[in-house]
Structure formats: structure tokens, C-alpha cells
Ligand binder design. Structure first.
Ligand SMILES: [Zn+2]
Length: 311
């Protein structure tokens, strides 16, 4: 019966296919860990919607994947890269947060490994059940002009609460959670044996991202939690893996925006007048991808956040 169910599930998940995503070589970031550093940008027909940093950790007898990307095709590309490095099967998947560019690739893994557990924060699972995965699926399809065609919503099926340890095949994954960071679903994943911390979108490098589902204050708190880690290598949700300095750089951006807005509010400056003033304090970030797209929105969101705290 179970076998029949899995067979039907696999048949349902099988795609009507758009073209494959070109291979991108993984970078070795730990003794047994790799990251495919995705292109920096917003989803487009050119990048096929590929823009995040899928990671994988090879354990004793399997592979643990972190954020397999934003479509079926990206997930398939990730699997192709894994197979070039190891013949071990995928035994678990982590999804760092609700944004579909990180996890719609689950489908590819589920097709290849129908019983693989997919871990995500319980709020992420609730949001997918409430339809946010479907919204993301449609957004990716629209922004890529159909390059993600065939992608189906396969959310996590293993709920995690936040700050806890998950032991998989002898490797310890420490989950670090701050309730209102980049979103309320963001889990950061520390792998001490690999000297690595996967930050999800709580930290980006060389690119700004949306803050619509999060708070600046919580984002700063999350980075402070990540800073307590003893590991040496940090993997952002988008952008290049690096040392502790990538945490400091992104934290400084969040602080400059939030504190800049709070100070100007004190001075009686209006929301729209703030943008050019705060922009002057952000010269180190104006070359980041999506700066012009996100920065104005960040000011407006920080304004609402600080205002809400006043009452
Ligand atoms: Zn995100």
C-alpha cells in the first residue's frame, strides 16, 4: 500500500518539462561540504530562477542537502552536481525559510528519493499549507517566463521548532532560530564537524534581499546569534561564502538603515525625505545587486517597524 502510494506520488510529481538549468560547479567549503553559489540577481528567464546557494554535506552513508533551489529544474541540476562528487544517496533535506527560491527544488529530490525527510521550521510548514508555496511557484513561473514550468509545491514534512540539534547519520546539525529575522521561518544551520554555518537569508553578501516578511531588529539579533558560533566559514543565502566579516558587513547594513530611520524620525523627517540622506551612509552597499530595487522598500519597512515600536 505504501509502495503504491509512493509510486502514485512520484507519478504526480513527474514533470511536463521546461529546459534544464545549465550545470554550475559546486565549491568545496568544508572537508565534506559543498555550495553551488547561484547567480546574484532576481529570478529571470536568463538565470532560470536560479539565484540561491544550494549546499550539501556528505555524511557517512549519505548526502544532506540544504536549500535545493527554486524550481524542479534547479533541484535536478543540484542532484547532477552531487552525483559528480559522490554516489551516496540523498538522505535528508533542510529548507532554511519560506521563500520559494530556496526550496521549490525539493520536488526533484523527492522524485529521486521518495522517502527523503525534508526539514523546515513549523511555521514554514504552516505557511506552505496556507498557500504561500503556490504563490511562490507562480511568481517564479512568471518572472522566468516559464523556465520553471513543471515545478510543483513540495514543502518540508519534518517540523523543527527552532533552537535544537538534529543528528543525521552521525553528523550533528545545530539549528539556530530567531523568531522575527529575515522572516519568522528562518533557521540557520551550524555543522560543527564541517566548521560551517548556513545562514539562509538572515545574511546576504553582495546582494540585498526582501525584508517584507521580517524585521530589522530581529535580523540583527539573528546575526548576533550566528556570531556566537565558533565555526570559521559562513554560507549566506545569496552571495559568496566567507569568514565572519560577511556577518559584520550585513549587520552593519541593517543597523545603518534601522538606526538611520529612527534618528531621522526623531528629527521629524518624513519617510520619503529619508531615502537620499540614508543612501549617503550606504556607499559601501550601493554596488550590491538589487540595491536600487530593495533599498527604498527597506527604508519604508524600517519606518513602519520603528513607528510600531513607539506605540
Ligand atoms: Zn529569502
Amino acid at each position: 500500500m505504501k509502495r503504491l502510494f509512493l509510486m502514485l506520488l512520484t507519478l504526480y510529481l513527474l514533470p511536463v518539462h521546461a529546459g534544464p538549468v545549465p550545470d554550475m560547479a559546486p565549491d568545496k567549503v568544508g572537508p565534506s561540504s559543498y555550495v553551488i553559489h547561484g547567480p546574484l540577481g532576481r529570478p529571470s528567464p536568463e538565470n532560470h530562477g536560479f539565484m540561491n546557494n544550494p549546499g550539501f554535506v556528505i555524511t557517512n552513508s549519505g548526502v544532506v542537502v540544504i536549500d535545493p533551489g527554486g524550481s524542479l529544474q534547479i533541484g535536478e541540476m543540484v542532484l547532477r552536481q552531487i552525483k559528480k562528487i559522490t554516489s551516496k544517496p540523498v538522505i535528508a533535506v533542510f529548507n532554511t525559510h519560506i521563500h520559494g527560491d530556496h526550496w521549490l527544488g525539493n520536488q526533484a529530490i523527492r522524485i529521486a528519493y521518495p522517502e527523503v525527510p525534508i526539514y523546515g521550521h513549523k511555521k514554514l510548514i504552516e505557511r506552505v499549507a496556507a498557500g504561500e508555496g503556490e504563490t511562490w511557484r507562480q511568481t517564479m513561473l512568471r518572472l522566468t517566463d516559464g523556465a520553471t514550468e513543471g515545478t510543483k509545491v513540495v514543502g518540508p514534512n519534518k517540523s523543527v521548532e527552532g533552537n535544537q540539534e538534529v543528528l543525521i547519520d552521525g553528523t550533528r546539525f545545530n539549528l539556530i532560530y530567531e523568531a522575527k529575522a529575515h522572516s519568522d521561518t528562518d533557521v540557520m544551520i551550524e555543522v560543527p564537524a564541517e566548521g560551517l554555518l548556513f545562514l539562509g537569508d538572515n545574511v546576504l553578501s553582495g546582494r540585498l534581499g526582501q525584508m517584507t516578511h521580517g524585521t530589522f531588529k530581529g535580523g540583527i539579533r539573528a546575526i548576533d546569534l550566528a556570531m556566537k558560533s565558533k565555526v570559521k566559514q559562513f554560507v549566506p543565502g545569496h552571495g559568496t561564502t566567507g569568514d565572519r566579516s560577511i556577518l559584520e558587513t550585513y549587520r552593519r547594513y541593517l543597523v545603518l538603515v534601522r538606526d538611520g530611520v529612527a534618528k531621522l524620525m526623531d528629527d521629524g523627517v518624513e519617510d520619503f525625505e529619508m531615502k537620499p540622506i540614508i543612501r549617503n551612509s550606504l556607499v559601501d552597499y550601493t554596488t550590491w545587486v538589487s540595491f536600487e530595487h530593495e533599498f527604498g522598500r527597506h527604508i519604508s519597512l524600517a519606518y513602519l517597524e520603528v513607528e510600531a515600536e513607539m506605540f
